[in-house]
Design a protein around this ligand. Structure first.
Ligand SMILES: Nc1ncnc2c1ncn2[C@@H]1O[C@H](COP(=O)(O)OP(=O)(O)OP(=O)(O)O)[C@@H](O)[C@H]1O
Length: 219
């Protein structure tokens, strides 16, 4: 980017009037969300509010009943339950996912492993990793192709404090480079970190006007 140029935020992910039911259970009832470049967004809701449902819809892995979702750019998605092959090592996961994304090398993968501090498990099978380390690998794989939009479902749940801080260093870097990050969670510890906090309740997403004006965040 040329020196002195400014990035004008533009929408990279938009959900409009999204409806989703499981049988007679209407989980989403007209949910709207707009995410722009470089924006860090938290969607906060109680257990069962429909957060994972919304995220899967945003990721395109679950169809809507009604409404629209549009994405410009590439997407990384980190679901709540790590989807890993128990028999493959960390390094093998990096290699397979890099091949799937047609990446020329494992540079970014190794960098992410280093940033998240689990290099010593490079040759360990995923099935033998702790839950938190599996979550780190899952995050690494979602970020491998340096996506424009990253969707994270309860990303720091299994993280210890040091990893939690490393996670934010990583997110700050993404944001600085114009990447958008959407975190869904039932608990926001540090609301000042976010550009936008939105509550998911009664099937709809309601942005809080400013982060400062609401000091009661979380479940
Ligand atoms: N495949 C499904 N079939 C039927 N009901 C489902 C299905 N998936 C989710 N639900 C129900 O839809 C509601 C929303 O679920 P969802 O997992 O989206 O909520 P959540 O906000 O992510 O919850 P949590 O914080 O507990 O992870 C819940 O009542 C859940 O039981």
């Amino acid at each position: 980017m040329p020196a002195g140029s400014t990035v004008v935020p533009s929408p990279v992910l938009q959900a409009h009037d999204v409806h989703k039911s499981y049988g007679r259970h209407h989980v989403l009832r007209g949910a709207d969300l707009t995410v722009t470049t470089g924006q860090l967004v938290a969607v906060v809701g109680e257990n069962g509010a429909g957060k994972s449902t919304l995220l899967r819809i945003l990721a395109g892995t679950l169809p809507v009943d009604r409404g629209e979702v549009s994405l410009s750019g590439t997407l990384g998605y980190c679901p709540q339950e790590p989807v890993l092959n128990a028999a493959l090592t960390v390094e093998q996961h990096l290699r397979y996912f890099a091949a799937a994304h047609r990446l020329p090398d494992l540079h970014r993968g190794h960098e992410l492993v280093r940033l998240l501090g689990y290099e010593r498990y490079a040759q360990t099978a995923a099935g033998e990793l702790s839950g938190g380390t599996r979550q780190k690998l899952n995050l690494t794989l979602a970020l491998l192709h340096d996506p424009d939009v990253l969707l994270l479902d309860e990303p720091y749940q299994g993280f210890d404090w040091e990893t939690y801080l490393r996670f934010w260093t990583l997110v700050d870097d993404l944001r600085t480079r114009g990447k958008a990050v959407v975190i869904i969670t039932h608990l926001v510890f540090e609301q000042d970190r976010f550009d936008l906090l939105a509550d998911l309740a009664d099937g709809r997403v309601t942005p809080r006007t400013t982060v400062e004006e609401d000091h009661h965040v979380g479940a």
